[in-house]
Design a protein around this ligand. Sequence first.
Ligand SMILES: [Mn+2]
Length: 454
Amino acid sequence: MKILHLSDIHMGGGFAHGKIDPETGFNTRFQDFVKSLSRSIDRAISEPVDLVLFGGDAFPDATPAPYIQQAFAREFYRLVAANIPLVLLVGNHDRHAQGQGGASLSIYRSLGVPGTIVGDTIDTYTITTPSGDIQIITLPWIDRSTLLTREISASLSILEVNQLLLDKLQPRIEGEIRKLNPALPTIVLAHLMADNATLGAEKLLAVGRGFTIPLSFLTRDCFDYVALGHVHRHQNLNKTNDPAVVYPGSIERVDFSEEKEDKGFVMVTIEPTEQTEEQPASKNFETTWEFCPLPVREFRTIKIDVSESEQPQVDIEKAIAKVEIADVVVRLIYQLSPDRVELVNTAALHEALSAAHHYTIQAELISQLSRPRLPELGCSVGDPMVALSTYLENRPDLESIAKAMIAAANELMAGDRLSADLAADLVLLDIESSTDLEIDRSSPKDADAQLTLL
Ligand SMILES: [Mn+2]
């Protein structure tokens, strides 16, 4: 049985890196995203696969413009026309702020699109494919409002809410597992932030991440593959690969935090294991999977420090000339000392970058006085409170709120109850701008496993 697993389409996002195509009137990044989705669907049809799983986050928000909805529907309709079943999972970007349901995707259920399931609740579906039946457990994006009442969650700290959510979620998953038919292969399709670190060990990280689900919830014997969505960097979280717990990542670069990442989808194959009387296999099915990269538009950052240079203009132009920029989304960042500003000809830089698909120029002025900015901090200060105090001592303009800031920081560090509003803001933090996090601290190989959440 062959399955195509893709996620985080975010169609209609990333427009800041595109331009209007004069022929179509559309943003070129919209066309790039459509192309990537179209190539994924092409592959599903040409194989052909038995099933397509979408891991959530179809659009940047739950109310995309009609032309964006239409392009999305047109691509997925090709699967319907080819009789390939499809599960559309609801991610955090697909939900309306209020209440349940995937606002942007539920239309497909309302229409009763043949062979299409919209996963907006925790549930199990048995899907009949040309290669046999398969069970799919859907686990859409979960937050406080999914499982807790407002009254309960308002009086709890972030960590308490997280723990309570996990306490509620675990029996729901167990309930779905109990319903499974062990004679059929099973995939979990989930939109979540998985974490194999011990929860609560690093309070500050937990706050920044919002709700995370321990990897142990997903690495169960009864699952043949765990199909995830949410994190834009492709990765398999389970090193034993039994089962593989895979983020295919986004199908296009949404912003510069994804500059160095490959983009694509995952092809999954599940076959019954050969059972002989002498050697009964421990599992009924064997899963293999492969990441299939897509030819997406390149992003390049050109960063150069010319703060010491006598000829900054020449140096910047040299740095640009070294990079192939045609059709690329380029970001030029140069550091300059204020006394040399007049040595840089910005018009000439625009000219030098004009072959790029899209570019931005960012000048960072480096003050001689503030370098190094806070020498007393060095790089050995481990205590965030010491760092904050030192910072505030160097910022006389913040004196009036310094005490309040330290008090608030103390409360945060101590894990005391936050005000309900602050807690709500932090838990529901929708990380739009890129946040780099290390997920697997147990293995040095993965030290660079920086995750981008969107
Ligand atoms: Mn998401």
